[in-house]
Each structure stands twice: as C-alpha cells, then as structure tokens.
Design a protein around this ligand. Structure first.
Ligand code: SF4
Ligand code: SF4
Length: 360
C-alpha cells in the first residue's frame, strides 16, 4: 500500500531523529543586519550602515569556510536572511557557494532589490523557497511600517518578475494594527499570484529589550481568526495539533524541546553562532573556533536547561497550538520560563477554532 506522509509530519519525524543524533540539520544565517527598510516592528532594531559595521561583517572567505563546516556537520536546510541579504555586494557569490554545496536554500528578502537581473539569477540558481514579507496593500501602509516611499508598488513588480520565472515564492504578513485592515487584500493578492500565504502574529520585543513593537499587536482573538481563515494555514495547525495531542513535549525534561542549539543553529553577520534566531544569550565565535566545537558547547548548555515543574508550560495541553517558544518568553519577559499571556491566548483561540468551539 502506498502511504503518503504530509510535509508537516515528515519534517517533524526528520527533526526528531536529528535531535536524538545531535545533527544540526537546520541553519539560518543573517549575512548582514543592514536593511533598506526601517520597520517599526523589526526585532533587530535600526542598524546604521556605518563603515565600522560593514568592516565587522564576515568576509566572503570567512562565510565560505563556515558553509564548508556546516555542510560537513550535517546541515541540510539553510536560510539566508538579514537585514536585507541582497545588500551585500557578494550576495550572489555566497548564495551560489551554498547552493553548489548542496544545501536546500531558503531566501528571506524584502524584495526591494530584486530587478530583472536578480530575478534571472534566481531563475538560474533557484532556491527551494523565496520568502517575502508583505507589509500592507498600498504604498501608504507600506510606508507606515517600513518608512520607505513607493515600496508596495516596487514589491508588486518584484512579485511579477518572480512569477514570470516560475520561482517558488511564499508570502507572509505580520498581522499588526497598522495593516490588519488590509489583511484580506493581501491574502487575495497572494492567491491571484498563486503563492502560498502565511499570516504571522509574531510581533515581539527588540533584541535590545525595547518593547515598542508590542504596541502593534492585534488582539489574540483577531490574530487567530485572521490566521485561520487561510485554509492551508488552518490545515497545518490542525495537523500540528493532532500530531501532538497527548504528547509530553518535555518527557526528557528539556526546556528547549524545539531543537534550538541541537538540530537548529543561527549565525549572525559577525560570526557569532547561537542556538536559534531568538536565543542569542548563548553564543560562540566562529572566527576563533570551529563550527563543530562551538555547536558541541552550545548543545551541552542548551540540554542542561531543564524545564521547571512549576513553570506553567510544563503541564499545558496547548503547547502545540500556542507556538511554545522559550526564546520569545525570554525576549518578552526577560525569563525563559515565564510564559507570554499573548501566546497563551493565541494558542487557546487557535485550538478553539480548529476544534470547532469558536466560529470564524
Ligand atoms: S505559552 Fe501558554 S499556552 Fe503555550 S505552553 Fe505555555 S502555558 Fe501553554
Ligand atoms: S527557541 Fe523559539 S524560535 Fe528558537 S527554535 Fe525554539 S521555538 Fe524556535
């Protein structure tokens, strides 16, 4: 009998095996923090493109060496992100190097720097996925979020360029008070282009502790309702919730049962290796130490972090629906084991909608 497995179930199986065997299969790399947008909610905060910042970024050769090392360590899927990664003059060299090494690439970009030439390049070297955030359905809203004039018009051009080349693009939108009214227009735009659309309720504080992005959060009920009007997203959540029903995420006592620092790793533009994009207080320097040694150190530290029995999440049934994430708790509350009321509410509403207890 030919039994097919859905992608969510398949990737969680792969991840479980990699977790048991300590293989860092998922990596992300911010090749620069510089950006041509200045988004109000960006967790990196504003990064000035000073010469000092540029000089401190990893060189092309340093990046090549890191890519060699992560491939040797077992990395399979690799996200190239920023800031805006296309701002680096050596972007194409870095990208092609990673591609030739056999990494399954995802590219996060805001889409502003994709012209005919860049679109042709991506067609020649197609990534697994290009992911672009949509910040609004008109230039005015885009400007309110990004600070840039004419950005919506440019992004729609970019999307057409990518469509003409039949590239695999996923669109996403962080649902915020600024753009929430345009949410359904953005869904429609994605649908018309034939692209998958992923809403995201993930607005969290900046890495320096600045809580100002939280003012843009929409109420959790509204976020869950909007998110789950998208059929594909609703199915993904349903699979995730059903697959994890009754499972004890923390049977081994690990606080980070998500894979941060074990299956997942993150690298910043200055060569610092960390458990994931949100967990940055544990870090090792790839300029002075080998990837495999740094990863071993990080994994030991992460696996030593045990969940406390009096932590509310330890015995909660909604972990699969809230997007349980100690990294977010740390950013929001300064403590990995103090959960976020907002994510608790999101999880509750998602579950209610999916199990039919709340109509949308
Ligand atoms: S954040 Fe809230 S909903 Fe999620 S696991 Fe913790 S207590 Fe449960
Ligand atoms: S800490 Fe949060 S963001 Fe990081 S890997 Fe775990 S769930 Fe994902």
């Amino acid at each position: 009998m030919n039994k097919s497995v859905d992608p969510v179930t398949f990737s969680s199986k792969i991840k479980r095996i990699a977790f048991q065997k300590n293989i860092p299969i998922y990596g992300s790399f911010e090749i620069t923090h510089r950006c041509c947008f200045d988004c109000v909610h960006c967790f990196l905060g504003p990064v000035k493109a000073t010469q000092e910042i540029i000089d401190n970024e990893l060189s092309t050769d340093e990046i090549f060496k890191i890519i060699d090392d992560i491939v040797d360590a077992g990395c399979l899927k690799f996200l190239i992100t920023g800031g805006e990664p296309l701002l680096r003059p050596d972007f194409k060299d870095v990208y092609v190097y990673a591609k030739k090494k056999g990494l399954i690439l995802t590219l996060f970009t805001n889409g502003m720097l994709i012209d005919e030439d860049m679109a042709d390049f991506l067609k020649e070297w197609p990534p697994d996925t290009i992911e672009i955030s949509l910040y609004g359905a008109c230039d005015e809203t885009y400007k309110k979020v990004t600070g840039v004039d004419g950005a919506y018009t440019k992004i729609v051009d970019t999307l057409k360029l990518l469509k003409e080349r039949n590239l695999h693009v996923n669109l996403k939108t962080v649902i915020m008070t600024i753009n929430s009214d345009e949410y359904f227009q953005l869904m429609e735009l994605s649908k018309n282009l034939g692209y998958k659309f992923r809403p995201d309720a993930g607005v969290f504080p900046k890495l320096d502790g600045d809580n100002s992005p939280l003012q843009y959060r929409v109420p959790a009920k509204e976020a869950a309702e909007k998110e789950l009007t998208d059929e594909i997203r609703a199915e993904e959540w349903e699979t995730q919730i059903n697959n994890n029903e009754g499972l004890n995420f923390h049977a081994d006592g690990f606080l980070y049962a998500c894979g941060a620092g074990v299956t997942d790793f993150h690298i910043d533009p200055y060569g610092k290796l960390m458990p994931c994009m949100l967990v940055r207080h544990i870090k090792r320097d790839l300029r002075t130490h080998k990837f495999i040694e740094c990863m071993d150190d990080i994994r030991k530290k992460i696996k030593k972090k045990k969940i406390s029995l009096d932590f509310k999440c330890a015995s909660c049934d909604n972990q699969a629906s809230c997007g349980y994430c100690p990294g977010r708790f740390l950013l929001e509350n300064g403590n990995e084991q103090t959960c976020s009321t907002y994510y608790c509410e999101l999880g509750m509403y998602r579950k209610q909608i999916i199990t039919g207890g709340l109509c949308v």
